[in-house]
Design a protein around this ligand. Structure first.
Ligand code: HSE
Length: 316
């Protein structure tokens, strides 16, 4: 008799890179993200029984689906007996190809749900390498900035990727994040291909100065220092060419009083950090005006930093 247990998990959308921390910094937000439900099934191995919110675009084959691959990596490590079956249902509650860590949210939710269903053989920290397997499928590289933020919440720093060594950073309480998502799609894989493989020493020095200062600013809750550190000398100048109205939107956000603004992950969304909801709202409104002028549809989302990360919402 198969257990009727069913675990539903939410994992949040995430902002990766955070301007100066390409592939090493990330944070989670509220309100956008994915739900994954795991239950035992009489079909042996892993199956994906439903996906909603993706307009039928995501693979239903678990070996090609990011959540599926992440769950399979976990199941393999447990040495599960042949014949045991697990079925996943995925609810996408965020846009695909938006730069908000859509594949990471699915992978993070899937590993937490399957781990819970199996009686928690792994700690939350131990789940990270499994979730990274999903990212490899989505973008071709094992970057952990989105998945780590989706799993653990708050700000995270990826010290090394393989094996993942991730540090949870302090989250200052006053920070608000504005996301503006122009209605175009950018695939992470493609927006990595356009990046230069070499970095000028002078730019690298500026970048690691900013990265260190940003982390110091997070710990000391020095909002002015955070603002002065939110600059990207290396990746933003290249990727921003793919985002219509980028420079004007960034200027509008800064004029609204934001601490800083850059591309969220691989884009096309932009993130803005501010010290109040009022500034965050104004920044979103002013950036929206830029896109309206260009004739591009968009969504604006305002959130505090989500310090919780992936969490079980139903355990039935
Ligand atoms: N750090 C990754 C990149 C995140 O910028 O390519 C992808 O969302």
């Amino acid at each position: 008799m198969i257990s009727s247990k069913s675990i539903r998990v939410f994992a949040p959308a995430t902002v990766a890179n955070v301007a100066c921390g390409f592939d090493v910094l990330g944070f989670a937000i509220h309100g956008l993200g994915d739900y994954v439900t795991a239950r035992f099934s009489d079909v042996s191995g892993l199956s994906i029984e439903s996906v909603t919110g993706d307009d039928g675009r995501l693979p239903r084959d678990p070996k090609k689906n990011t959540a599926g691959l992440a769950a399979l990596a976990l199941m393999k490590k447990t040495g599960m007996k042949d014949g045991v079956g697990i079925a996943l249902s995925i609810e996408k509650k965020m846009p695909l190809g938006s730069g908000l860590g859509s594949s990471a949210a699915s992978s993070a939710a899937a590993v937490v749900a399957v781990n819970e269903l199996l009686g928690k053989p792994f700690s939350l920290q131990d789940l990270l390498p499994f979730a990274v397997e999903g990212e490899i499928a989505a973008s071709g590289t094992a970057h952990a900035d989105n998945v780590a933020a989706a799993l653990f919440g708050g700000f995270i720093l990826v010290k090394t990727h393989n094996p993942p060594d991730v540090i949870s950073l302090h989250t200052p309480p006053k920070l608000f994040c504005t996301i503006i998502h122009p209605s175009i799609e950018i695939q992470t894989r493609n927006s990595r291909l356009i990046l230069k493989k070499e970095v000028q020493l002078e730019k690298a020095v500026t970048q690691w100065g900013n990265l260190g200062a940003l982390i110091a600013g997070l710990y000391t809750e020095d909002y002015d220092l955070i603002g002065r550190s939110l600059h990207d000398e290396i990746v933003e100048p290249v990727r921003s060419m793919l985002i219509p109205g980028f420079a004007e939107m960034k200027q509008a956000a800064m004029e609204a009083g934001a601490l800083g603004c850059s591309i969220s992950g691989s884009g096309p969304s932009l993130f803005v950090l501010s010290t109040s909801e009022e500034i965050a709202t104004k920044a979103g409104k002013e950036m929206g005006k830029v896109l309206k002028e260009i004739g591009l549809e968009f969504d604006v989302h305002i959130s505090k930093i989500n310090t919780e990360g992936a969490s079980v919402v139903d355990n039935l």
